[in-house]
Design a protein around this ligand. Structure first.
Ligand code: NAD
Length: 323
């Protein structure tokens, strides 16, 4: 079928860890995908499996180029769904580049949301973040707990989630810590899981910021992609409106993650410790029942299994296994 006549989705951030897996799944499901990325933190290698797919059309550009984003929406209207994942994703980077973070994660995002609505896009799914929960909590966070984020990253995501909620169009999925195998080599913007595993693979100790007692909710990439597809109504359960936590509901300490990474990589060492990072949240675990109630989504990959799959993916990439 010619791409123009196929049901089409827009994926911003398609060269990123999540966006590339989502794009792959959409293409496999028979959708055409218009992808946008400027390779700020994403990598062309992430698109290797689908770059030449006849139903994939890539545009290397920034989402801040509002005129050209409007052109894409207009040319492809009516889209089945817009998945808006492009963002400045690093909390430390956002601390030093607050204005740039706001421009991309909020201003450009809001403009895209307005365009999607104007061009009758069926679903709008935004990647919100656990960083929207700033105030100290010692129990799993419900959607209503968000507010007072500790970083420009968290603030930009929270403003956007709130705007979506108020508009009554589209949804924000507040992802907790996503991890999983990707095509790109671990980089400076990678999450803690890939950083710890990458260090352990080199026979080095993972470096923990603080004492390692921080609790995180680690969500496997495949489960995150399933949540995105569900939220758009591509899998049964959606399309959704409003704000939804996406996490496992189970907390693991950073210290436990470091120990598990060392054990899985068979490295007989202990983690190293470094100073606490500004903007770090101490306890970040999702109360995830809303997404179950509204859409039937539940996570299905336990941490140890997900870490083993991530490590296997990293080894394959490094040519250390042959399958
Ligand atoms: N990975 C996580 O743990 C996590 C947790 C919560 C929320 N999120 C959100 O999920 C989304 C995807 O995260 P990810 O882990 O895949 O990150 P990623 O860095 O791998 O992907 C983000 C992509 O956006 C692109 N991008 C950045 N600025 C852009 C711009 N101005 N124009 C076009 N493209 C731009 C990057 O190049 C990258 O490919 C992000 O919005 C992130 O904030 C991720």
């Amino acid at each position: 079928m010619a791409r123009k006549t196929m049901p089409t989705c827009l994926v911003t951030g398609c060269a990123g860890n999540v966006g590339s897996q989502l794009t792959q799944r959409l293409l496999e499901a028979g959708y055409a995908v218009v992808g946008v990325d400027n390779f700020f933190s994403g990598a062309p290698e992430n698109m290797r499996d689908f770059n030449d797919h006849p139903a994939f059309e890539f545009h290397e550009r920034s989402i801040t180029d509002k005129a050209s984003m409007a052109g894409l929406l207009a040319e492809n209207a009516p889209l089945v769904a817009t998945f808006h994942l492009a963002a400045i994703i690093s909390v430390p980077y956002s601390m030093d580049h607050a204005a740039e973070t706001m421009e991309i994660n909020y201003d450009a995002s809001l403009s895209l949301h307005t365009l999607a609505r104007a061009f009758r896009c069926g679903a709008f799914v935004f990647a919100g973040s656990a960083a929207e929960y700033g105030k100290p909590l010692s129990r799993p966070a419900t959607e209503e707990d968000a507010g007072d984020p500790l970083s420009p990253y968290g603030l930009s995501k929270h403003l956007m989630s709130t705007a979506i909620q108020k508009s009554g169009y589209g949804c924000s999925l507040r992802f907790f810590n996503i991890y999983g195998p990707t095509r790109a080599k671990p980089g400076p913007y990678d999450g803690v899981v890939r950083q710890f595993l990458a260090r352990a693979e080199q026979g080095l100790s993972p470096v923990i910021h603080g004492d390692g007692s921080q609790m995180r909710d680690f969500l496997f990439l495949g489960d995150a992609v399933r949540a995105l597809l569900t939220a758009a109504g591509i899998l049964p359960g959606g399309p959704l409106t409003g704000v939804f936590n996406v996490g496992t509901g189970r907390g693991s300490s950073i210290r436990d993650l470091a120990d598990l990474s060392l054990r899985l990589a068979h490295v007989p060492k202990k983690p190293e410790f470094s100073p606490v990072r500004q903007g770090d949240i101490h306890f970040s675990v999702a109360e995830n029942s809303k997404l179950l109630r509204h859409a039937g989504w539940i996570p299905s990959t336990p941490l140890e299994q997900g870490l083993a799959l991530t490590l296997e993916g990293m080894r394959r990439l490094a040519g250390k296994t042959d399958h």
